[in-house]
Design a protein around this ligand. Structure first.
Ligand SMILES: [Zn+2]
Length: 276
């Protein structure tokens, strides 16, 4: 029991199907486990990554769970056939959330009309399959809120992942009884400043933690890793910074966020639960 001093963590968002993990996948997982990360949700952002995330989750159900969806960046490729495939994936037990889906008006990689119709289709799939949502919103709060709130009664719930918006947006999502995902954005001494002020307003029973690996390497890591690639093993750094923002202990954030992840995504019997 070498991990006894580290409370189990759930990384609710890691893009481990990303090509940057192909060469040393087993090492990445071993490092995550040593760091106390006992469950990892693999983010599906298009058809291949959603299938891959589901496959990995059937192979290692104690460690992985999957999401299935189309990121707003690729919303213009979300065809009717893709919608059928995502809907089928969403019925599987290893797929615990519909998404990543939502709106991103920061990059606008897909036309906004395409983003909106893909988002609405994902809400439809989530409602039909009674699965929670894994949501992405960047600089699109107004449209995002309008679309989500209109369907909220039909949905079991979800997380607004990698939350980086304003206090008002936070309160709006909490009023919809959504969970809030916090990444290493909170470790950024420049663009994370506002988020550091806002984080403590998330009720502890609504907080989830995530790396969004390989993106958003925490800037507070010491020593600084040799590469820019983020990994689930750095999740404790995010939890440490969040605890500082709340003025509470690491264990408080770890315990609550892990319980929340199990509650929202019905992760089932993992190592974390067996030990209780
Ligand atoms: Zn995202």
């Amino acid at each position: 029991m070498t991990r006894v001093s580290i409370p189990p963590l759930v990384d609710i968002g890691a893009n481990l199907t990303h090509e940057s993990f192909a060469a040393d996948f087993a090492d990445v997982i071993a490092r995550a486990r040593s760091a106390g990360v006992e469950r990892i949700m693999l983010t599906g952002t298009d058809l291949p990554t959603s299938h891959e995330a589901a496959l990995l989750s059937t192979q290692q159900p104690d460690l992985f769970a999957a999401t299935a969806g189309f990121h707003p960046h690729v919303a213009s490729t979300f065809t009717a056939e893709a919608a059928t495939a995502i809907a089928e994936l969403a019925t599987r037990s290893e797929v615990v959330a519909v998404g990543e889906c939502g709106l991103d008006y920061n990059r606008d990689f897909s036309p906004r009309e395409a983003q909106i119709s893909a988002f609405e289709a994902h809400l439809e799939i989530a409602a039909a399959t009674h699965k929670p949502l894994f949501l992405h919103q960047r600089e699109a709060h107004e449209d995002f809120y309008k679309i989500l709130s209109a369907r909220r009664a039909d949905l079991v719930g979800g997380v607004v992942h990698c939350f980086t918006d304003t206090r008002a947006a936070l309160e709006a999502y909490l009023d919809l009884d959504m969970y809030i995902g916090i990444t290493g954005w909170v470790c950024d001494e420049r663009r994370g400043k506002d988020l550091q002020e806002i984080v403590r307003h998330i009720p502890l029973d609504r907080l989830l933690v995530e790396t969004d690996a390989p993106y958003l390497l925490p800037r507070t890591l010491k020593p600084r890793p040799k590469t820019r690639r983020n990994e689930p093993c750095y999740l404790p750094e995010v939890v440490t910074r969040i605890a500082e923002c709340y003025g509470c202990e690491f264990d408080d954030i770890a315990r609550h966020s892990t319980l929340n992840a199990h509650r929202l995504f019905t992760l089932g019997m993992g190592h974390a639960e067996k030990r209780r």
